[in-house]
Design a protein around this ligand. Structure first.
Ligand code: GLN
Length: 234
């Protein structure tokens, strides 16, 4: 259940999947292992606007919405796209970012569209919009073999080992992994799908309005631009 402080509205518990740099990831460079990133900075801004503390819980992407529904978190922020399917079980704020899908594969593979995945082993993150996109494509494109794993780092390992030949990851996240893995390349996809980001809250939560107000202020004050630059210009 929720922590006492959370019940007294003094603290908000955020659930995330900290495998998504630069939005949320473990910074182990300091003395303690800290979850940092653009989403974390936005969450801190919102918490400050609301005058509450922020606690972050790290879990698999696929477990985020179940955790929210089980009251183990007050909100979810994980580069999450407000899809129609998800809107059946949770509420979303206004969007604060828009990403693009890219295909990540071994350098020289030159895969740029769904059709290029015909006959390939494709690994995707469990519960992601990328999983939906590939599974949908596999209905009409021959021989796409789809497997799912929990963490983005695991997808990268599958590619490097050759157990999978492609994955789909959003551009800003793929970029970091490709920069640090010279044997991998990324290509923007012809069809980018639906990739805006928003905060998920329980349906009927009194916080939705407050979150939207804070996000509006974040955008209008120029603070979102500042934070985006901070995390993307590295
Ligand atoms: N935006 C995608 C989704 O909502 C991927 C998010 C993620 O993997 N963190 O499914």
């Amino acid at each position: 259940g929720q922590a006492e402080a959370s019940k007294q509205n003094k603290k908000l518990v955020m659930a995330t999947s900290a495998d998504y740099p630069p939005y949320e990831f473990h910074d182990t460079s300091g003395e303690k292992d800290e979850i940092v990133g653009l989403d974390v900075d936005i969450a801190k801004y919102i918490a400050k606007e609301m005058g509450v503390e922020l606690e972050i819980k790290d879990m698999d992407f696929n477990g985020l919405l179940p955790a929210l529904q089980a009251n183990r978190a007050d909100f979810v922020m994980a580069g999450m796209t407000p899809t129609e399917e998800r809107k059946k079980s949770v509420a979303f704020t206004e969007t604060y970012y828009e990403a693009k899908n890219t295909i990540v594969a071994k350098t020289g593979s030159n895969l740029t569209k769904m059709e290029d995945l015909a006959g390939k082993k494709v690994v995707v993150q469990l519960g992601s919009t990328q999983q939906n996109a590939v599974e949908e494509a596999a209905k009409t494109i021959k021989g796409i073999e789809v497997t799912q794993l929990n963490k983005i780092g695991d997808l990268i390992q599958e590619l490097k080992s050759g157990r999978a030949q492609a994955t789909i990851i959003e551009d800003t996240v793929a970029k970091g992994y490709v920069v640090s893995n010279k044997d991998l390349e990324m290509n923007a996809m012809a069809d980018n799908g639906e990739n805006a980001y928003a905060v998920a809250l329980p349906i009927g939560s009194a916080h939705v309005e407050k979150f939207n107000q804070a996000i509006k202020k974040l955008k209008e004050s120029g603070e979102l631009d500042k934070l985006t630059k901070k995390w993307f210009d590295k």
